[in-house]
Each structure stands twice: as C-alpha cells, then as structure tokens.
Design a protein around this ligand. Structure first.
Ligand code: NAI
Length: 345
C-alpha cells in the first residue's frame, strides 16, 4: 500500500515508518501541504494522509477523485479543513478521534501556569542573571473559577486537572455530560453565565458553523475584567482582532493561544527570517500577557505513537476490508462518526 503523506515534519517520520513497516504501508513523505497545487502529487497512491493545515476543499477532492484516490486519512481529530459535504460519495475520510487528550489538556495548563506565574519572563531574566522579582507577581489558581467550553475528551481531562488545583469549574457544552455534575464539582451553565463568572476560560469544542468566532467582541464584553483566555482548540473559535482590542483595552488579562485563525501559512514553519505579514498576530505576540505556541499541544511522544498507529490501522483496515471504525460521514446535514464503519460504497 502506498500512501502520500503531506506536511511531513521530521518528528512524524519515526513513528509512521515504524507502524508502516509493521503493517505493510509505504509512506512517501512530502513536505508540501496538500492543496489544489500539490494534489497532483497523489497520482499513483492508494491513500493520502493529511494534517490540520492541509486544505481538502472541492478542487482537491475532485482532483483526488479523478486520480482514483478514494481514502483520505487525517492524522488528527479535527476535520474543519475538509469539505465533508463535498467529499461525501467521493472520498472516504478517516481520522484519529483521540490520541492523547492528556497532551492537549496538559499543554493548556502549561500555558496558563506560564502566563499567570510569568515563567516566560522569569526564564529570560534568569538567563541574563537578572534575579529581580519586580513585575513577576502572579496569582493562585486555587479558588479561581474556570469556564470550560466543550466537555469532551480534552475538556474532561482539563477539568480533572483543575479539580486538583482546587478551582471552581463551570462548563458549557452543546451536549452536556450529566455524569460530570454528579459530585457537584462541575456546574453546566449557559455561555452568558460562563463568561460573566469565569476568571479563566478554556476552549475545547470543535470549530463548526456554530462555534466560529464564539469569542468575539460581544462575548469578551460579557467577560470579567482581567479574564484569561486559553485556546488550544481551533483558531477561528476566537475573533483575533476582537481579542487584540480586548488586550489593548486591558479588559482581557491574558491570552494563551496554541492556535490562530490564520495559522495555516505560518504555524509549523520557521518564519524567523521573514517579515511577519500578519499584523494582528505580530501585535498579539508583542504583548507581554499573550503567549503563543504554534499548534504544539498535541506534540508528545505518546500522542505521536497513537496518531501513527491509529492512522496506519485506519488505512490498512479500510484498504483491506473496506471498513474503518474511524470513518467520518456527512449525512443529514451533519458530520458524524460512521457507526456501521462504511459511509458509502
Ligand atoms: P471531543 O469530540 O471529545 O469533544 C468536543 C466537545 O465539544 C464535545 O463534548 C461536543 O459536544 C462539544 N461541542 C460540540 N459543538 C459544540 C458547541 N457548538 N458548543 C459547545 N460545545 C460543543 O473532542 P476533543 O478530543 O476533546 O477535542 C476538542 C478539540 O480540540 C478538537 O475539536 C480540536 O479542534 C482540538 N484539538 C487541538 C489539538 C492541538 O494540538 N491544539 C489536538 C487535538 C484536538
């Protein structure tokens, strides 16, 4: 089996080569991202493996279909970069629904602690033997209220961690998980109450039409002064311009961002020798109370192993048996996991 692997990075190869060898899959690693210009590279391959910033829109889907490629194996959970409606009937889309919710939740907390304890500042100071503490005053997480939007796999791990800190936990989800409230440590509320009550807000829902710019100027206005926003989910959940204005006006206390709406041409690449064209990102990064990492929350050894193993078994399962439990299916105006393991023939 030959698989074209797009947006390949050095850290992807060891685990994919290991599981590829074990299951008889040969990967051809392309550094290029998948888009209409590069889709031609898929000629002669049985399947295509793509990541979060590859573009699988109608032209790409048509091209893959014309080349006889029937399987797109996403090596991630999110699929907002795939036109699922257009893909239906043309391309089977497989994904890795979970690889390490701990990786992402722990990264969210790492960003939060870095921000509120000014570790990013202290690190640079002590490198220069500047041991002054002035300006490094933080605050305790104990007793603070965190509002968690999206209480799926990652949101729930984050909630567990926050319980350990002794925080109060509010939650909002389109589909609340009632068991979460049983011991009384989590309370589901509507977004207005979550915005009004939370000292910290962490986003863990997918990017959909419903959630696009859910944190916009109006939402920020409803938040407490000094609110800290954590986004390790998808950039477009947040209107970056509105966030920047909130930071400038001192209404937003800090932002911890692992994702950014316009990240696809920037993140995962070394842009240090280039002029930053994106003024909003440049201004956000220049702020002392904004921490940006480049979509790295997933990047742990455990997650990379799980991603490679699941992606390879998804591809092999589908190409050999025409079935995969991790196929996504666009039906009834929604995307869902394809329960019978076969979306269309
Ligand atoms: P999940 O599917 O287990 O949980 C998502 C939750 O969001 C579900 O409980 C769902 O009911 C809820 N939800 C759906 N629509 C909603 C809406 N309109 N409003 C509020 N809640 C809504 O997904 P998981 O694994 O917890 O991942 C969450 C997100 O994290 C993914 O969608 C992905 O975008 C992001 N992610 C980011 C990574 C990174 O490296 N930064 C890595 C992996 C995932």
């Amino acid at each position: 089996m030959k698989v074209a692997f797009f947006d390949a990075k050095p850290y992807d190869k060891p685990s994919f080569e290991k599981y590829g060898e074990a299951y008889g899959v040969r990967f051809k690693f392309f550094e290029a991202k998948l888009n209409a210009d590069t889709a031609e590279l898929c000629r002669g391959f049985d399947a295509v493996c793509a990541f979060v910033n590859d573009t699988v829109d109608a032209p790409v889907i048509d091209k893959l279909h014309a080349l006889g490629v029937r399987v797109l194996a996403l090596r991630c959970a999110g699929f907002n970069n795939v036109d699922m409606k257009y893909a239906y009937g043309k391309l089977h889309v497989l994904r890795v629904p979970a690889y390490s919710p701990y990786a992402v939740a722990e990264h969210a907390i790492a960003l939060l602690l870095t921000s509120i304890r000014r570790i990013h500042k202290a690190y640079i100071r002590s490198k220069e033997f500047n041991f002054s503490l002035t300006g490094l005053t933080g605050f305790d997480l104990h007793g603070k209220t965190i509002g968690v939007i999206g209480t799926g796999k990652i949101g729930r791990v984050l909630i567990d961690i926050c319980r350990g800190f002794g925080m109060k936990i509010l939650a909002y989800d389109k589909f609340p998980v009632r068991e979460l409230q049983r011991d009384g440590t989590v309370r589901y509320v509507d977004t207005d109450e979550l915005f009004a009550q939370s000292d910290i807000i962490s986003l863990h829902c997918p990017l959909t039409e419903d959630t696009y710019h859910m944190i916009d100027a109006a939402a920020l206005e409803k938040c407490k002064k000094g609110v800290i926003l954590i986004n390790t989910s998808r950039g477009a959940l947040v209107d970056a311009e509105a966030l920047l204005n909130g930071i400038k006006s001192r209404h937003v206390g800090a932002a911890c961002l692992d994702v950014y709406e316009e990240e696809s041409d920037l993140f995962f690449e070394d842009n240090s020798g280039h002029i930053m064209e994106d003024d909003t990102l440049a201004r956000l990064i220049s702020m002392p109370n904004v921490i940006v990492t480049s979509h790295q929350a997933f990047l742990t050894e455990e997650a990379l192993e799980n991603i490679a193993e699941t992606t390879v078994t998804n591809i092999v399962g589908f190409l050999k048996n025409d079935q995969c439990p991790n196929e996504l299916c666009y039906r009834f105006d929604d995307v869902a996991d394809c329960k019978d393991g076969k979306c269309f023939s």
